[in-house]
Design a binder for this molecule. Structure first.
Ligand code: ATP
Ligand code: MG
Length: 245
């Protein structure tokens, strides 16, 4: 199952992606984590793996990506991805599409094109997961990066901007017939109540409290390898969803 994590900047996309990946890993499930964010670097440390090389360099770099992506096969098995571009630990593999590093380097569009094509053609086995962490906002959706995914998880933090953006993302998901769900993050009793009144609460599959352990680990750049009841329930939901898929 291919899961796409979307939401407002800073809402907790990378954190929740990492917590889901780590939970699946503890269950012995094979998971490919895909970092499609061309700016932020923290995802690999949240997963506790080595920093991977930019996958775009396998194709010759950002400038030639548009042409190279056209030559990709229709299907690509996980085992056929060049090892040199993957960081691994236990059941986790991490692939990072590419980062913008230099002043005046140009836009991230080619990286989005690669992400889009890759998520579409990667051919997973029945029991394998792909979790794509994305950059802030909806540009990736505007570029169709999510077209190859099976389900979109929309992360909301307690802010009006999150509510507005989640409405936009769910609208986009509906327009391409993708199933979507909401995850409320960094909530307390009061903010959870307000968020539940503001979105279609049948679509809310998890409410993650504001958690000091998460905040501290992220501040220190540490691995997010701890069990959280809400994440466990969320992964139970995903497992059940996958079994009925
Ligand atoms: N449940 C939580 N409890 C406490 N802090 C949290 C929680 N979730 C996320 N954070 C904090 O919020 C900040 C943003 O989280 P994160 O980087 O995961 O967001 P993001 O959506 O990936 O951001 P970006 O859009 O920049 O990629 C981090 O400092 C993180 O520690
Ligand atoms: Mg992030």
């Amino acid at each position: 199952m291919k899961i796409f994590i979307s939401g407002k900047g800073g809402s907790g996309k990378s954190t929740i992606s990492a917590l889901i990946v780590k939970d699946l890993n503890r269950r012995g499930v094979k998971v490919l984590a895909v970092d499609t964010d061309e700016s932020n670097y923290g995802f690999y440390s949240q997963l506790g793996v080595e920093k991977p090389a930019d996958f775009m360099n396998y194709f010759g770099g950002r400038k030639v990506l548009f042409d190279q992506v056209k030559n990709l096969p229709d299907k690509w098995k996980l085992n056929d991805i060049p090892e040199a571009y993957m960081s691994k630990k236990e059941n986790i593999k991490l692939l990072s599409m590419g980062k913008i590093t230099n002043f005046g380097e140009g836009c991230a569009c080619p990286i989005n094109v690669l992400s889009s094509k890759f998520i579409e053609i990667i051919d997973l086995k029945k029991d394998e997961y792909l979790i794509a962490d994305t950059d802030a906002g909806i540009e990736h959706l505007g570029r169709g990066v999510d077209k190859g995914c099976d389900i979109i998880l929309i992360i909301l933090d307690p802010s009006q901007e999150s509510i507005r953006l989640s409405d936009k993302i769910s609208g986009m998901a509906k327009s391409i017939n993708k199933d979507y769900y909401y995850i409320l993050n960094r909530i307390d009793e009061e903010t959870k109540k307000i968020l539940l009144e503001s979105v279609d609460n049948k679509k809310v599959i998890a409410s993650i409290p504001d958690n000091r352990k998460i905040a501290r680990a992220n501040l220190k750049g540490e691995e997010l390898d701890f069990e959280l009841e809400e994440i466990e329930k969320l992964v139970n939901f995903l497992e059940e969803y996958k079994n009925n898929f």
